[in-house]
Design a protein around this ligand. Sequence first.
Ligand SMILES: Cc1ncc(COP(=O)(O)O)c(C=O)c1O
Length: 405
Amino acid sequence: MSATATVSSAPPSAAPKFSERIGRIEVSATMAVTAAAAKLRAEGAKLVDFGAGEPHFATPRHIKDAAIAAIEANFSRYTVVSGITEVRKAIVERHATDFGSSYSPEEAVFTTGGKLALFNAIEVLVDHGDEVILPVPYWVSYKDIIQYAGGKVVYLETAESENFRVTADAIERAITPRTKAIILNSPSNPSGAVISRADLERIVRLAHGRGIYLMLDECYAYLIFNEAPFSGASVTEAKEHLIVLGSLSKTYAMTGWRAGFALGPKPIISAMSKLQSQSTSSTAAMVQKAAIAAVTGSQECVCEMRADYIRLRDTIVDGLRSIPGITCTMPEGAFYAYPNVSGLLKKSGIATPAELTTRLLHEAGLVVVPGEPFGTKEHIRLSYAVSHKDVEEGLARLRGFVAKF
Ligand SMILES: Cc1ncc(COP(=O)(O)O)c(C=O)c1O
C-alpha cells in the first residue's frame, strides 16, 4: 500500500476543526429565545411574546408597493455593491433634513440590515488588542462583534438610579491610550436610556479631539419619546471620526427586509464597501427601491408608530411597577422595558434572570429575554412592540406567576 493510500484511508474526524475566531462569539441571545419560543409554539403553546425586538406593525403600504413595482419592472439584478446612488442620496438627504448632518452619497453605504453596517465598521477599524468602550447594559451583538474582530471590550458601567444614562464625563474617564472606538446606542436597547443632546455633542467632539472613532448606532433614533429626535452627526465639524449606523428595521417596521446603512468618512465607507464586495455584495435590489420609498415618502407612519410605542410604554411600565419584587426605570425611547427583578429572585428562590426566563416561558407562556447577555445580573428585557391586548395579557401572566411565591 502506498503512503498516499494510507493517508487517505484514515477515518474522517467527527468534530469540525473550527477557526479560533468563531470560538470567540456566541449565538445572539435574542435569536436563541426566539428559537425556543418558536419550538413551543410549533407544539401548540399560546405564548405572549415580549422577546424579539420586532415592531408589531406591518410595513407601510407605500413601501411594499415600491418593492412590488421594482419586482414587476424586473429591477432584480445585482446593483453596485454600496447600493444605487438613488438610495444613498435619499438616505443622506433624509438624515440631513431630520438631524442637520452633512453627507454626500459617496459617504454612505447601504447594507443588509443595520447589524451588517456595525459588523463591517468594526471589522475595518478594530484590530487585535484595540480597546472599544461599550456602555453597560449593551445590545447583545456588540460584544461578540468586537471580539470577533479581535478587539478588547472595555465595559462602562452606568447607574440604574440615573436611568442607565451615559455621560460625557464617564466616557472621558474610560478612555485610555489604546482606545480605538466607542459604541453608543441612544435610545438604548435594552434600557431605553437616551443620552442627552448636550452630552452626545460633547462626546462627539471629545472623540474627534482624541482621534477615537465614535460609532453611533441610531437604530432607534426616531423613537425618542420626550423630545424631537437628534443625532450626534449634527456636529458636522467632527465627522472625520464619526460613523453613523442606521437601520430601517424599527423605524419603518421593516425587520425582515434587511435594510441598513452607514454614514461616515469616505475612506471608511470605501473600506466597508470593499469588505461587503467580498461577502454579501449589494443588498437585494428591490429592497433598495423600498428603502427609497421609506425615506422619501410621508413620515406620518413613523409618527403614528412612535405615538403607539409611548402608550404601550406607559402601560407596561405602570404594570411592571405594580408587581411586588419588580422595579423599573422609565425608558425614554426605543421599545423595551428593562425591569430589575432582584426582589422577585430573592423571594422566589430563582437563582438568575436566565432561570426566571425559562420558568416564565414554560410556566406562564411568556417570552422575555434575560439580562445577562446585556451585561447585567438583575434584569430581564421586555419588548413592548406588541399589541395593547398582548401587553395586558403578558402583564396578567407575569402577575399570576409572581403571585405563586
Ligand atoms: C441596538 C440595535 N442596533 C442594531 C440592530 C440591527 O438591526 P437590523 O440589523 O435589523 O437593521 C438592532 C436590532 O435589534 C438593535 O437593537
